[in-house]
Design a protein around this ligand. Sequence first.
Ligand code: FES
Length: 275
Amino acid sequence: MTPSNLHLPQHLPKPRGFGRTNRTDSWWLQPIVVFIGLSIFIVYSTWAAFQGVNYFYDGGGSSYLSPFYSPVIFGSEGHPWFGARPDMWPTWLPFSPALLILWAPGGFRFTCYYYRGAYYKAFWADPSNCSVGEPRSCYRGENSLPLILQNIHRYFMYIAVIFIGILAYDAWLAMWFTDSDGVEHFGIGVGTIILTINAFLLGGYTFGCHALRHIVGGKFKEISKHKAHKKAYECVTCLNKRHMLFAWTSLIWVGFTDLYIRMCCIGVWTDWRIF
Ligand code: FES
């Protein structure tokens, strides 16, 4: 293949019927698990994002903010930067603070190299798995619209790094409790632990990004000549090796963190203070 015809549809060397393969292992299991896992997360996170309430728990002296709503730019709970609701928000559209921010972490995940490989297989069988026949006879890759837009990933990554700082700050705030005497004390509740793990897992996922790995060191021909970049490259590589693990654990945990805070807000669960 020459560079000049990269943008043209490429015909597969050995077309197979959809789902046909010589593989004898359970190749279908992975795409099914991915399909179910991502579907549950998408349904739950969409539902939670449109609620617009019960995202900030302020009881027992502590306060926890759901990561789906952080930072609160406009909102009626938590500590919004600018007020309850933007004046220009259309009256026909339900308002939720999450709708102002979720495009950033959502876009970051959607364009992630790992997730692309996973949901291309799980949601549109492209192919269902390696060496398995797919329901199409040519391959366009990501060289044309709409999938060429996936290249925006590195820009989402810059924003995602800022979000990690904000979520780490939320975890820090969750370590401070106001007791009945009105004095603020350092403390740990179950919610504190949940928010801290959330920041850790999302940090592990974000700082193991393939695009970040390239930016900090992969772009150099001889990285050994750039000591600071080499160290950063090794750190990102260490996380990058576990990128799939962080992708799933952070996805599950961020959803659970929202659920935990929501349940505490409506009084179904009690946030136990450890000390
Ligand atoms: S490649 Fe997965 S977050 Fe960047």
